[in-house]
Design a protein around this ligand. Structure first.
Ligand SMILES: *[C@@H]1O[C@H](CO)[C@@H](O)[C@H](O)[C@H]1NC(C)=O
Ligand SMILES: *[C@@H]1O[C@H](CO)[C@@H](O)[C@H](O)[C@H]1NC(C)=O
Ligand SMILES: *[C@@H]1O[C@H](CO)[C@@H](O)[C@H](O)[C@H]1NC(C)=O
Ligand SMILES: *[C@@H]1O[C@H](CO)[C@@H](O)[C@H](O)[C@H]1NC(C)=O
Ligand SMILES: *[C@@H]1O[C@H](CO)[C@@H](O)[C@H](O)[C@H]1NC(C)=O
Ligand SMILES: *[C@@H]1O[C@H](CO)[C@@H](O)[C@H](O)[C@H]1NC(C)=O
Ligand SMILES: *[C@@H]1O[C@H](CO)[C@@H](O)[C@H](O)[C@H]1NC(C)=O
Ligand SMILES: *[C@@H]1O[C@H](CO)[C@@H](O)[C@H](O)[C@H]1NC(C)=O
Ligand SMILES: *[C@@H]1O[C@H](CO)[C@@H](O)[C@H](O)[C@H]1NC(C)=O
Ligand SMILES: *[C@@H]1O[C@H](CO)[C@@H](O)[C@H](O)[C@H]1NC(C)=O
Ligand SMILES: *[C@@H]1O[C@H](CO)[C@@H](O)[C@H](O)[C@H]1NC(C)=O
Length: 576
């Protein structure tokens, strides 16, 4: 059977015996650009060689809890307003107060007839004190890691189905979760209903360490299972152009980072080795789970999704271990899917993001829902002539140095609030961002794959820059306006932003928008800007929200976007 049987179910043409099962494996802080996927042979054998790798997949907000809120709700971070890992801007209590604990993917899956199970880290700030007030919604079976033990690989505390937390001190966290998922699969397989099972180990996230003298916590080199301690002694972080590089035209707190010396570099290489070792228990879990499903005879009706919450950098741009940036190291992340109708050993390079995963999974379940993402076309050709070229990136707050060095004091860097836009097509490959300091970044990733030359800060280069025969200023005008639309988008506006600017449908890509006839239109648009660097989403500090709509060559229509509460629904349609 070709493509998704869910579509057939939807169209009513063919009755599908049973909605497909979904196993979702979510790691924590796993990179692409440090090479982690090259060190997971079982993931390769059981998932990527049996399915499709989405080579241009991105998170939209490069930090755990906000990214998970985006992933599990299918809403852009500016619509979840879960923008940090801790209160008042984020964490479990913010997830609850924003209503998402009663309105997210596991609940929607239950509503469409699924049994749902989860083991591992759900949210940050989901703790041994608040796990029961309220209970996490939406699961038939759950066993959650709880703070402040989540990032202690050998000292986890977990709550099973809402019961009193239990300590697993001495056991390796990922192995414990693998065991729990195997148990949940037994339960799931014993029932007639389809199932949605999430395995969310913390690897390769840093270990949380408490300084006993001060009680200060920090994030240090991840712990691995003893059986993997001997591995990868030769690994070093790739010495590519961004390694220890000074960003030409770096913005905000990244403008003046000191070069890393050899002591620091060696420490960070070891950090990288530890991450690879920590991922080995995940690799083993992948094999165990796939073989279990194979033995149970259900692989033909099971989708397996493998991804992570956000990426990671170490030593690139002279940065200490961490995330929270808009560079590819932090936002460009693994996504692989195997399952019925999905081609084996294939790569698809359409641009996708975490916002798309809930819509895609709901569609597989036969229950599509209007959210901020698109349904990812899972096979080659399924995208038709549709253009999928953008990912909207956002961030509010600070950047944290993990590891022993970095930023020294303080370990938090402020003024890390920005909007980003990643645009990738056959014709261009760009990153644009506007910071709360009103500085701008623009990298042409085709000519500068390491993103180390900010053309927006270099008038000599930008004077000669052209894209599709258009000047730097004309390109920036389009990117800024697209960012303006995306920074407060809802629903189909997030997936088809050009239609909000050009209701006629005349423009569907940056390439279309670059036509000279639109120069005046873009020149007259309000610009993305900030009046303050906030730690969260304060609309009044985020400059203009409205933009002009192109009606004809002569008329611009001003759109008033201050009514932010329109219903999802009417203007939304299925992508096929
Ligand atoms: C799973 O939970 C849903 C929602 O509470 C419920 O309708 C369903 O019966 C449960 N499944 C099983 C096997 O108990
Ligand atoms: C913890 O480790 C012990 C010793 O290896 C093992 O017997 C036990 O099953 C493990 N517990 C869990 C929950 O994995
Ligand atoms: C802090 O104390 C605990 C318990 O006494 C000990 O296990 C841990 O290793 C100490 N941490 C550090 C960083 O010394
Ligand atoms: C650290 O925390 C422990 C346990 O809460 C407390 O007894 C101790 O006084 C604290 N130490 C410092 C330096 O604050
Ligand atoms: C590590 O590098 C050394 C020296 O280049 C080489 O002899 C050894 O085989 C390498 N080990 C592994 C596991 O690749
Ligand atoms: C290397 O840099 C680190 C972090 O700034 C510093 O603590 C250390 O003293 C430096 N080492 C040398 C040999 O300069
Ligand atoms: C794609 O575009 C071509 C050329 O414009 C057209 O012939 C074809 O029907 C389109 N295909 C789809 C699936 O829209
Ligand atoms: C943040 O940026 C503002 C505006 O550029 C600047 O005045 C301020 O000093 C910066 N604050 C920090 C903590 O870097
Ligand atoms: C987001 O949450 C913060 C903290 O609760 C609040 O101050 C802010 O107004 C919210 N932003 C929006 C757009 O709702
Ligand atoms: C705008 O005007 C130009 C020249 O008059 C014409 O070629 C073009 O098709 C018009 N564009 C639109 C979208 O109407
Ligand atoms: C935009 O709409 C809001 C709410 O309907 C209204 O209060 C505001 O005055 C309008 N702004 C403009 C510039 O029309």
């Amino acid at each position: 059977m070709k493509f998704s049987s869910a579509f057939l179910l939807l169209s009513g043409a063919v009755a599908f015996a049973k909605q497909p099962n979904i196993l979702f494996i979510l790691t924590d802080d796993q990179d692409i650009h440090l090479g982690s996927l090259d060190y997971m042979p079982k993931l390769k054998k059981y998932i990527s060689e049996q399915g499709t790798t989405f080579t241009q997949h991105h998170c939209t907000v490069a930090i755990c809890c906000p990214s998970r809120a985006n992933l599990w709700t299918g809403h852009a971070a500016h619509n979840t307003n879960v923008t940090d890992v801790k209160p008042p801007w984020g964490g479990y209590s913010k997830v609850v107060s924003e209503g998402w604990n009663d309105n997210y993917l596991p609940i929607w899956m239950q509503n469409t007839g699924y049994n749902t199970y989860y083991s591992g880290k759900l949210w940050n700030g989901h703790t041994t004190s608040n796990y029961d007030s309220p209970y996490a919604g939406g699961f038939n079976g759950s066993d959650f890691l709880l703070d402040p033990y989540t990032y202690k690989y050998y000292d986890a505390k977990m709550t099973r189905n809402g019961a009193e937390p239990v300590s697993y001190a001495g056991n390796y966290s990922t192995d414990v979760i693998s065991g729990k998922i195997q148990g949940f699969l037994d339960e799931a397989l014993a029932d007639e209903r389809p199932w949605f099972v999430v395995a969310a180990p913390i690897a390769p996230h840093s270990t949380q360490v408490t300084d006993n003298a001060t009680n200060a916590t920090s994030l240090q080199i991840p712990e691995y299972a003893e059986r993997h301690a001997h591995l990868f002694n030769n690994y070093t972080i790739p010495r590519d152009t961004r390694f220890n590089a000074k960003i030409q035209g770096g913005v905000s707190w990244m403008a003046h980072l000191p070069e890393l010396n050899s002591t620091v570099i060696e420490s960070y290489d070891e950090f990288g080795r530890a991450r690879l070792r920590a991922l080995q228990a995940v690799d083993e879990m992948v094999e165990t789970l796939v073989e279990k499903l194979d033995k149970a005879g259900v692989l033909d009706n099971t989708y397996i999704v493998y991804t992570t919450d956000n990426g990671f950098h170490i030593s690139q741009y002279r940065l200490p271990p961490g995330k929270e940036c808009g560079f590819d190291t932090d936002i460009h992340i693994p996504l692989m899917i195997r399952g019925p109708g999905i081609e084996a050993n294939k790569e698809l390079d359409i641009v996708t993001s975490h916002t798309d995963l809930a819509p895609t999974i709901l569609n597989l379940a036969g229950a599509p829902k209007a959210l901020d993402g698109k349904i990812i076309p899972l096979t080659k050709g399924a995208a038709g002539n549709k253009t999928y070229e953008h990912t909207s990136v956002e961030y509010w707050g600070t950047a944290l140095a993990e590891g022993l060095y970095g930023f020294n004091n303080p370990r938090y860097m402020y003024n890390n609030t920005y909007k980003g836009l990643r645009l990738i097509s056959n014709d261009y490959n760009l990153y644009y961002s506007v910071w709360c300091t009103n500085e701008i970044e623009f990298y042409d990733v085709n000519t500068d794959p390491g993103q180390i030359h900010n053309l927006a800060a270099d008038s000599s280069t930008s004077a000669t820059y052209t894209l599709e025969g258009r000047s730097f200023d004309q390109v920036i005008a389009r990117l800024d306006t697209l960012t303006m639309v995306l920074k407060s988008c809802k629903g189909v506006v997030c997936t088809e932003p050009w239609n909000s600017l050009f209701p006629s449908g005349a423009v569907g890509s940056l390439k279309d928008a670059l036509k000279p006839e639109y120069d005046t239109f873009f020149a007259k648009q309000p610009k993305v800007s900030y009046s303050a660097c906030e730690l969260g989403y304060i609309v009044s500090s985020e400059g203009p929200q409205d933009f002009n709509v192109y009606e004809s060559n002569k008329t611009f229509l001003k759109v008033n976007r201050s009514d932010r509460d329109f219903e999802y629904g009417d203007d939304w349609h299925l992508y096929t």
